[in-house]
Ligand binder design. Structure first.
Ligand code: FES
Length: 104
């Protein structure tokens, strides 16, 4: 099935090393800019109900503000406990100044 890309944010609004939470079709998605590449994962931590957008981004790792688990925004992988489950990742495309995300 072909992914449907939805406009999610303005590329200029998310500088390298920063991230932003967006709401797409009722899904809370985190978009992160790692060295000019954009990645999209679930914004809600897989451990409990915390918004990863209020955590910190170092390289491709976002740190949960609540208990400190880190996840790769590139692969969604949970790197350390207490979170065990990976984040869902979403395909990202940039067109002009628009960041488009496919919910799949
Ligand atoms: S809520 Fe994110 S590590 Fe606990």
């Amino acid at each position: 099935m072909k992914n449907k890309f939805i406009k999610a944010a303005a590329a200029q609004a998310i500088r390298p090393g920063s991230m932003q939470r967006v709401s797409l079709d009722g899904h809370r998605i985190l978009i992160a800019n790692v060295d000019g590449n954009y990645y999209a994962v679930d914004d809600t931590c897989s451990h409990e109900d915390a918004s990863l957008s209020t955590g910190s981004l170092r390289g491709e790792l976002v740190k949960c503000p609540l208990h400190g688990s880190r996840f790769s925004v590139r692969t969604g992988k949970a790197m350390e406990e207490p979170a065990c489950d990976d984040l869902r990742t979403y395909a990202v495309r940039v067109e002009g100044d628009d960041i488009l995300v496919a919910l799949g």
